[in-house]
Design a protein around this ligand. Structure first.
Ligand SMILES: [Zn+2]
Ligand SMILES: [Zn+2]
Length: 138
């Protein structure tokens, strides 16, 4: 009769005193930046001895301005940009708008046409309903 475990309450983790639960970024091991590290999906919960938990914010993920056209890091030449998360350094600077090559901007469309008045020339196509004559060959 040595069933000592019988009436023990189920505990999945008996956390000792002085252990603190902190969300950290797996890329840097530091505190995740809200909206940046979590959107990169690298945030997990780590247990630290009280006092040894990270106090600095993640230095791996930073918010960057990307070029809307190339999706790369925006240069001052990029016409349209948006804020995003800098996930890894494989993203280089925008190669489309790097300032070295002339960007062909086709804005002036030389129309030789005379100002066409808004004449809705809708050729009323006679709706030829395919009336199938049910020729009952009687
Ligand atoms: Zn991070
Ligand atoms: Zn660009």
């Amino acid at each position: 009769m040595s069933r000592i475990h019988k009436d023990l309450p189920y505990k999945d983790f008996d956390r000792p005193d002085g252990i603190t639960e902190v969300a950290v970024c797996s890329k840097s091991g530091k505190l995740p930046i809200e909206g940046v590290c979590d959107s990169a999906g690298t945030v997990y919960t780590e247990y630290f001895a009280r006092g040894s938990e990270p106090t600095e914010q993640c230095d791996h993920h930073t918010s960057v301005t990307l070029c809307a056209e190339s999706g790369m890091i925006a240069t001052p030449y990029c016409p349209e940009t948006y804020e995003s998360v800098y996930v890894d350094d494989s993203i280089g600077y925008c190669t489309i708008h790097d300032g070295t090559q002339h960007v062909e901007v086709t804005t002036t469309v030389t129309t030789t046409d005379t100002n066409t008045t808004n004449s809705t020339d809708t050729t009323n196509t006679t709706n030829t309903t395919n009336t199938t004559y049910n020729t009952t060959g009687d």
